[in-house]
Design a protein around this ligand. Structure first.
Ligand SMILES: [Zn+2]
Length: 92
């Protein structure tokens, strides 16, 4: 598996202050974009729970331009990078 998930841009697009859930749209170096959903665990750490590709360009892994689940395998990796870029990894 040669695919390297590299997040070049990330932006918080929605946040629920009541339950700590939030969503980040991340842009990868291969121009794929994805939406990652996070929730806070009991320690207040953000945990990526769901990832879905936005269908702006064909998948960087399988090259399909419709539904695929390739990015699911990189959920933690992409989630971590997205948290760092948005500053959301810190417990507030
Ligand atoms: Zn794919």
């Amino acid at each position: 598996m040669a695919y390297q998930a590299k997040v070049v841009n990330a932006k918080v697009v929605s946040e629920n202050k009541n339950n700590g859930f939030f969503e980040i749209v991340a842009e990868l170096s291969d121009r794929n974009r994805c939406r990652v959903t996070f929730e806070r665990n009991e320690q207040g750490e953000a945990v990526a729970t769901h990832i879905s590709r936005l269908y702006t360009v064909p998948c960087g892994i399988c090259k399909k331009d419709f539904l695929c689940y390739c990015l699911n395998r990189y959920k933690e990796e992409i989630g971590e990078q997205a948290l760092e870029l948005t500053g959301k990894s810190k417990v507030s």
